[in-house]
Design a protein around this ligand. Sequence first.
Ligand SMILES: Cc1ncc(COP(=O)(O)O)c(C=O)c1O
Length: 402
Amino acid sequence: MTSSSTLRERFAASLMPNYGVPPVVLTLGRGCEVYDADGRQYLDLIAGIAVSSLGHGHPAMVKAVAHQAATLAHTSNLFVHEREVELAERLVGLLGGDAKVFFANSGTEANEAALKLVKRAAGPGRHYFVAASHGFHGRTSGSLALTGKDSIREPFGPFGMDVRFVPHGDLDALRDAVDESCVAVFTEPTQGEAGVVPAPEGYLAGVREICDATGAAFVLDEIQSGIGRTGAWFAHQSEDVRPDVLTLAKGLGGGLPIGACVGFGDYADAFHKGDHGSTFGGNPVACAAALAVIDTIENEGLLAHTAVMGDLLAEQLDGIDHPLLAGQRGSGLWRALELSGPHAAHVQEQAAVRGFLVNAVAPDAVRIAPPLVITPEQIGVFIEALPTILDAAEAAATKEQQ
Ligand SMILES: Cc1ncc(COP(=O)(O)O)c(C=O)c1O
């Protein structure tokens, strides 16, 4: 097998430098374990950024994908196929009805669809959008315009859209920002890319109320939080609030690329024929994978399991007394270690050295989003190793400062 170092060199020579050169080269995954090109084993605590919800190589996923690839791999949107209809019906069922779905291939495309949908539905005189500072909605131009992270948005503007940012979770600021001229409010329930930062309780109900009062559309981005990650099918269900438009991706396909934009009520039928489309969106293989994900979450009781494992992880993290670990936040199997200093990159590196894949999502936050099938034993192994990882990260940070 080609070694990690050779593949990293070839990556650097042949792929654009936008990702840098990722430090680990993965070749094989089994359950929650992955292996690199040099045969080293890792416990996967990031699941391809909250994507591989069933872990790697789950038999239900393998069977569904293999069967669909052998039966009918692609149709385009010129033809109907059964898997897209089944998947749309399943999602609408999980969401309580009165909704319709558009399928895309990724999160950012789901948000692009949402953006066009709310523009199409908006009455005359509505001309601006409101989104949250530090929020993340994707890298294509429309989604990027709504992304509240200056460092990644500003180099690529202007976007030809009036987007106003308010602090995440601040309902007073949102109330001041939204009036009858606002097309839509885009928000995440918990900001994933900002470092798994939850909004205060009652935030989504407050957004709903502000949107109802002004007629602005409420677009909820559950691309990272949806499909079981928090221990519920969708994070908004814990507040019993329904948005006008919901976007999904990541965990929906369990590793195959799929995104979804769901419109509720009037938003279900807001697109006119010809308004939007995607050659690959709702591809039969990706839909078959998503159906396998939903079936397996149901059949294996993974919502309850996620909630229990999430509580266990939180409790065990809370039990660690280490100067670098200031706390933890998040819900279900979607957590961030809060560090007392900006040493997340060192924690990520030292964790990998010891066989754990975690993600330095912010300078002082390490994201943990393992497959939903993680076991108490696997959580225990990580917790046991964590103090040593934190010691090594502190030592590396000190060395770097010298
Ligand atoms: C909340 C949220 N929205 C949108 C996206 C963009 O998804 P994708 O990378 O599939 O385009 C992400 C990706 O991290 C995300 O976390």
